[in-house]
Design a protein around this ligand. Structure first.
Ligand code: NAD
Length: 480
């Protein structure tokens, strides 16, 4: 099989198999071919992973920040050296075009390891003047952190969780999505090769119940989930039982507001990046594009021209800009949304179906699609689609656009396109979102905190802020 790993799990510095675990397949969605067969973790595997992580963590916590940084930096270097192979694996795992994965996946994972290596030593407390007494605070690691991943960025998600966790002196046991099990194994292998104690970053496979077992394990101090708004509250509730820390990176239905003074081509580029990149499978996508009435039809015309020019194809072809959906199940879900748009009266501008060419027949392909005259009540305006489907809405005033943009239970991201600097900041201030982009969209460099408000999540990944979510404060009060 084309991408069969040495074994299903990576624990204590080695590949491990337990054939008693439920079998599942990893399918390459461009062709329908099974590229790997794996076993989900059994209770024995979960125990082994958590125990070895706890042992490694006890050792790692005694290392100095500089020693820890050295390992993370070495891991980043190895990832960069192997970028080509890791990008190809990411493409096989997800179906995302190689043109993207070669620049955005393993490299952004390496960036995370490098950035958190560089700030590991900044983790510090403060001294508090208190009369004659001496009081100081220290930031301590949490212990064993559990990471649970979604399927859209398997390498990046593993690194975005492991890098701050390890930099703060924790260990991590990571469960990738059952849809994309391959890439995280490589990351764990590389972290070990870079000199981390065996067990510091373990990977176990399986479905939601494996994630649930990890979340409620006695040794679990924190859970960081990247997943849907349906799974988030379940994991949050399970973690609450043991008063475990959580970070929740969940779904969205983010708005992009395009005012009539914006640069039209920049706004269209932002909307396309925020809807079609990664075949539309990005949590922060700006899937509700509000365009001011005066430029509405011109915006749609240019958007249609540019969308028609997108090259759909074999994800391993470097010319391909859009590949298949991650899975045939996700394709069915997206097709359901296209049907609902048709039934509820949205105006189809471009796409709207399955590409007709024979060469796409065995893959999970869907055309990049734009609907206009979408109303706020339509299903495609309210629910996260997680596919290349953009909804465009006309609006008249800033107040109206803001009110409609905010009338959603989600709050992950938002975008504003305007050449009026004051309006840009005013609108960003009023948008209910964890991250607002002005005159750009979906940029997520590791230096910048990322995460949602409302039902889109809790806590932050990346940036210095992430360190707070992987460490805890201790106060030491010395009576003098
Ligand atoms: P999902 O919620 O179905 O699954 C996510 C992970 O949770 C999987 O590994 C799954 O096995 C696990 N899981 C499921 N039930 C569980 C339980 N009860 N206990 C513990 N673990 C459990 O999500 P998905 O379909 O894999 O991913 C798509 C979703 O992820 C979208 O909603 C998307 O917006 C979101 N996402 C968010 C971000 C972000 O940073 N905010 C990034 C990427 C994806």
């Amino acid at each position: 099989m084309r991408a069969q790993p040495k074994a299903s799990h990576f624990i204590d510095g080695a590949y491990v198999e337990d054939k008693n675990g439920e079998t599942f397949e990893c399918v390459y969605s461009a062709t329908g071919e099974t590229i790997a067969k794996l076993h989900a973790a059994t209770p024995a595997i979960i125990e082994q992973a958590m125990t070895s992580a706890a042992k490694a963590q006890a050792e790692w916590a005694e290392w100095t920040p500089v020693q820890r940084s050295r390992v993370l930096r070495r891991a980043a270097d190895i990832i960069r050296e192997r970028n080509e192979a890791l990008s190809e694996l990411e493409t096989l795992d997800t179906g995302k075009p190689i043109q993207e994965t070669i620049v955005a996946d393993a490299t952004s994972g390496a960036d995370a390891l490098e950035w958190f290596a560089s700030i590991a030593a900044t983790l510090s407390g403060e001294s508090v003047p208190l009369g004659a007494d001496f009081v100081y605070t220290v930031r301590e690691p949490l212990g064993v952190c559990v990471g649970i991943g979604a399927w859209n960025y398997p390498t990046q998600i593993a690194c975005w969780k492991a890098a701050p966790a390890l930099a703060c002196g924790n260990a991590m046991v990571f469960k990738p999505s059952e849809m994309t099990p391959l890439c995280a194994l490589k990351v764990a292998e590389i972290v070990h090769e870079a000199g981390a104690p065996a067990g510091l970053f373990n990977v176990v496979q399986g479905f939601g119940k494996v994630g649930a077992a990890l979340t409620t394990h006695d040794l679990c101090a924190k859970v960081s989930l990247t997943g849907s708004v349906e799974t988030g509250p379940k994991v949050y509730a399970a973690a609450a039982e043991g008063m475990r820390h959580v970070t929740m990176e969940l779904g969205g239905k983010s708005p992009i507001l395009v005012f009539d003074d914006a640069s039209l081509e920049d706004a269209i580029s932002g909307a396309m990046l925020g809807n079609f990149y990664s075949t539309g499978q990005i949590c922060s996508n700006g899937t509700r594009v509000f365009v001011q009435r005066g430029i509405y039809e011109t915006f749609l015309e240019r958007l249609a021209e540019r969308t028609k020019a997108i090259k759909l194809g074999d994800p391993l072809d470097p010319e391909t800009q859009i590949g298949p959906m991650v899975s045939f199940a996700q394709l069915e879900k997206v097709k359901g949304y296209l049907k609902s748009a048709e039934n509820e009266g949205a105006r189809l501008v471009v796409g709207g179906g399955i590409p007709s060419s024979e060469k796409f027949a065995n893959g999970a392909y869907v055309e990049p699609t734009v609907y206009a005259d979408v109303t706020d009540e339509m299903t495609i305006a309210r629910e996260e689609i997680f596919g290349p489907v953009m909804s465009v809405f006309p609006f008249e005033t800033e107040e109206e656009a803001l009110s409609r943009a905010n009338s959603t239970p989600f709050g992950l991201a938002a975008g504003v396109f305007t050449n009026d600097l004051t309006r840009g900041h005013r609108v960003a201030k009023k948008l209910q979102a964890g991250i607002c982009w002005i005159n750009t969209y979906n940029l997520t460099p590791v230096e910048v905190p990322f995460g949602g408000v409302k039902k889109s999540g809790l806590g932050r990944e990346n940036g210095k802020a992430a360190m707070e979510f992987y460490s805890q404060l201790k106060t030491v009060h010395v009576g003098m």
